[in-house]
Ligand binder design. Structure first.
Ligand code: FAD
Ligand code: NAD
Length: 471
């Protein structure tokens, strides 16, 4: 056991929640350490989540476009072939570039990076089992738990990460499966399903619910999205539950059953991606030592200032309430550090954007139509298709539309739902509008550069109270 170091703030977990909290705490003058056990900073997001998946999405899109689309653009190429090992290498390079970057930021902002597994001895004392061997105890006036989440396996069937894979295995398949079955038509299933579909796999998505896209998607958008993916070659089995999953040699057999009609069917597949959600990760923290409360889903319970039930212990990110998104975790990290320093911090849970990085992308912020109906809010809709947007047409990338939901009485923008090229970038404008309580007319009277995709957002706003001009 090494000597007892003492800190103002110790963050457990170096993901987007934890590393951002640590940097902000140190910037605010707190003596700060961050404990991370995976041997690299950046958490799920940088190592096995957002970043490697976007690298594979981007490069598989370029490959697919090169095969199927660029001839019509006046570019002739011969002998296009996939070099999967190199595509995986490019992904790994993007990951290490960013994780090393966070290490650099820790040095720059004087955050002590402790490599090991942290656990509670008491609310202000932690033990770290060091990766290099041995252990260290540290004291902290404040602790921020940011231990994230982990993929849920199909009940009774652990991941072998070869044939029955989580997102982590699906980001490193060594060959393109002939048949890939995805259990769960949420964000992970559709993004990683897209990657392997573009690289040549026959992809079938089995989804328990009646629509795709996961929690929080607008139902109308989900239907258009499903049509677009079906055109791209996806097969969907909705309202269908998986009853058993078994690997025998190189074949995985999946028994499914209609959730409504009970109809049974057997599917076979080379690889099955189980993407049925993630669970909060608190293994090994020894929370019992400090009596931290968890809810039924295993999430650490916090108040509106990120305080757990243990004094001086805060919690942020995937391991607590709210959407499991990197930018949500980051914003909470900043707010938690600010609460420690100043007693104030801000996260607006009504204005957190969601993006599915398929092609076209799907992005939304604020309320869905079904939510407004359920809450009996009177609203107007402004819609604008990308086929009437000059830039989308010029780029020959005009699938999708913008849909804006506006409060009838006040003209306030309550929600925005976009399917289209670069929807993930465009949603920033909608998020700002929701954050600032903009009216649709505020947006429509804001000058937007021409020719840009964002003009579709302006025209949708215009369409909600007047007529669009170009459609
Ligand atoms: P995590 O990133 O999970 O980090 C927690 C860290 O804590 C881990 O590194 C873990 O090793 C460490 N840890 C745990 N216990 C201990 C301990 N006792 N001691 C020390 N260290 C510990 N979100 C988006 O917003 N956009 C995306 O495009 C996106 N794509 C994704 C794609 C995939 C395939 C996956 C799986 C997720 C994706 N997400 C995306 C979700 C995003 O990764 C998470 O929301 C985000 O990483 C949560 O951040 P966090 O800091 O709360 O936890
Ligand atoms: P998800 O909650 O988005 O989707 C899971 C889907 O699986 C749901 O549609 C659910 O109905 C279905 N499902 C659950 N059990 C099932 C079963 N037994 N049979 C068939 N279907 C079943 O979860 P995910 O796709 O695993 O992603 C996990 C988390 O990671 C999400 O919260 C997401 O926010 C985050 N993530 C975000 C991004 C992004 O922001 N682009 C990308 C990847 C992951």
């Amino acid at each position: 056991v090494r000597g007892l170091a003492s800190y103002d703030t110790v963050v457990i977990g170096g993901g987007p929640g934890g590393y951002v909290a640590a940097i902000k705490a140190s910037q605010l003058g707190q003596k700060t350490a961050c404990i991370e056990k995976r041997g690299a900073l950046g958490g799920t997001c940088l190592n096995v989540g957002c970043i490697p998946s976007k690298a594979m999405l981007n490069n598989s899109h370029i490959y697919h476009q090169t095969l199927h689309d660029i001839k019509a653009r006046g570019i002739d190429v011969d002998g296009v072939s996939l070099n999967l090992p190199n595509m995986l290498k490019a992904k790994d390079t993007s990951v290490t570039g960013l994780t090393k970057g966070v290490e650099g930021l820790f040095k720059k902002y004087k955050v002590d990076y402790i490599k090991g597994t942290g656990s509670f001895v008491s609310a202000n004392k932690l033990k770290v089992d060091l990766l290099e061997g041995g252990e260290e105890q540290i004291e902290a006036k404040n602790v921020i738990i940011a231990t994230g989440s982990d993929a849920m396996a199909f009940p009774g069937v652990p991941f072998d990460e070869e044939r029955i894979v989580s997102s982590t295995g699906a980001l490193s398949l060594q060959e393109v499966p002939k048949k890939l079955t995805v259990i769960g038509g949420g964000v992970i299933g559709l993004e990683l399903g897209s990657v392997w579909s573009r690289l040549g796999a026959e992809v079938t998505v089995v989804e328990f619910m009646s629509g795709i896209g996961g929690v929080g998607i607008d139902e109308e958008i989900a239907k258009s999205f499903q049509k677009i993916l079906t055109k791209q070659g996806f097969k969907f089995k909705l309202n269908t539950k998986v009853t058993s999953l078994k690997r025998e040699g190189d074949v995985v057999t999946i028994e499914v059953e209609g959730a409504k009609d009970g109809k049974k069917e057997t599917l076979t597949s080379d690889v099955v991606l189980v993407a049925i959600g993630r669970r909060p990760y608190t293994d090994g923290l020894n929370l019992e030592a400090i009596g931290v409360e968890k809810d039924k889903k295993g999430r650490i319970v916090i108040d509106n200032q990120f305080n757990t039930s243990a004094p001086g212990v805060k919690c942020i990110g995937d391991v607590t309430f709210g959407p499991m998104l990197a930018h949500k975790a980051e914003d909470e990290g900043i707010a938690a550090a600010e609460f420690i320093q100043t007693g104030h911090g801000h996260v607006n849970y009504d204005a957190i954007p969601s993006v599915i990085y398929t092609h076209p992308e799907v992005a939304w912020v604020g309320k869905t139509e079904q939510e407004l109906k359920a809450a009996n809010v009177e609203y107007k809709i402004g819609k604008y298709p990308f086929l009437a947007n000059s830039r989308a047409k010029t780029n020959n990338d005009q699938e999708g539309s913008v849909k804006i939901l506006v409060e009838k009485e006040t003209d306030k923008i309550l929600g925005a739902h976009i399917i289209g090229p670069n929807a993930g970038e465009m949603i920033a404008e909608a998020t700002l509008a929701v954050e600032y309580s903009a009216s649709a007319e505020d947006v429509a009277r804001t000058c937007h550069a021409h020719p840009t995709l964002s003009e579709a957002f302006k025209e949708a706003a215009m369409a909600s109270y007047d007529k669009p001009v170009n459609f």
